[in-house]
Structure formats: structure tokens, C-alpha cells
Design a protein around this ligand. Structure first.
Ligand code: T46
Length: 137
């Protein structure tokens, strides 16, 4: 299994004109990319996330600026500061995530394994916990 979260490192091509990083489906990302979305114009005091997914897998990048992701697998909490556009955070299904501390001008890009589907969300922490208990008992 992929684990709950892990770092995904992308190549960086550096030359005097600047840096270039690329993502290849079937190579860098452990699922077929079905959707890309991005968060921007996020107020520095905003909190996003606060949910888990039943099936969706995602890889989250800070393309610019930085933010914090708090991760909870139902047992253990951890936090990650995303600030390097070469390093994504892979987040498996059944992982509760909260995001905050966005820097001014931060851009968060997310690669997702499925199209948007509201019925794939646990927006209640208790429902999420119950699902992890029955899934991993
Ligand atoms: C996640 C974090 C990192 C859509 O219509 N299509 C989409 O692809 C997405 C992602 C959202 N929406 C709608 C659903 C809501 O009415 O946009 C509105 C805001 O979505 P939400 O409150 O879920 O946004 P975040 O930033 O709290 O969470 C999003 C993703 O939903 C989530 O999967 O992991 O970014």
C-alpha cells in the first residue's frame, strides 16, 4: 500500500533562465490524474480542508509561497509545511486534512485521482473516525 502520506519529489531543470519542474502521469504520480485544481487568493488567516475522502487520492503542491497541512490518519497526527514546488505531499484515502497559515500570494495545486464528487467527502470528523475503525480493524 502507499501509506497515508508521503513525499513526492519532482525533477528540477535549473539554468540561468530559471527553474523548470514537470509532472508526468504514469511516472511521478501513483494514480491516473483525473483532475487538477488550485487554491489562490487565500487570506492568511483562512482555514481550508477539514474533511477526508472515501476513495480520492491526491498530491498537493505549494507552487508559490507556503502553507501548513495538518494530517490525521485516525490514530496519529502530523503536520507538513509545503513550501518547495518540487515536493508534493501524496495523501491517500481516509486521511483527515486541515490547511492553514497560507503565506501572502501562496498557490496550492492539487492533482486528484477522481473528478469532484461531494459524496466522496467525510465532512464530519466522527464519521471519518468510524470509517477508519471499520476499514482498518
Ligand atoms: C482537499 C483540499 C486540499 C468543486 O466544485 N470542484 C472541485 O474540484 C473542488 C476541489 C471543489 N469544488 C467546490 C466544492 C465547494 O463548494 O468548491 C467549493 C470549495 O471546496 P472545499 O471547501 O472542499 O475546498 P477546500 O480547499 O477546503 O478543500 C479542497 C478539496 O475539496 C479537498 O479535496 O483535499 O482542497
Amino acid at each position: 500500500p502507499e501509506g497515508f502520506v508521503r513525499e513526492i519529489r519532482l525533477p528540477q531543470i535549473h539554468d540561468p533562465r530559471g527553474d523548470l519542474t514537470f509532472v508526468e502521469g504514469g511516472n511521478h504520480i501513483p494514480f491516473d490524474i483525473r483532475r487538477v485544481y488550485y487554491l489562490y487568493n487565500v487570506p492568511v488567516d483562512a482555514e481550508r480542508g477539514g474533511h477526508a475522502h472515501k476513495e480520492l487520492e491526491q498530491v498537493v503542491f505549494a507552487l508559490s509561497g507556503s502553507f501548513r497541512m495538518k494530517i490525521d490518519d485516525g490514530h496519529t497526527q502530523s503536520e507538513y509545511w509545503l513550501r518547495d514546488p518540487r515536493k508534493g505531499l501524496y495523501i491517500n484515502r481516509l486521511v483527515w486534512r486541515e490547511m492553514d497559515s497560507f503565506s501572502q500570494g501562496a498557490v496550492c495545486m492539487v492533482l486528484a485521482s477522481q473528478p469532484y464528487d461531494e459524496s466522496d467527502y467525510y465532512r464530519s470528523y466522527d464519521a471519518f473516525l468510524a470509517a477508519t475503525r471499520s476499514n482498518r480493524a
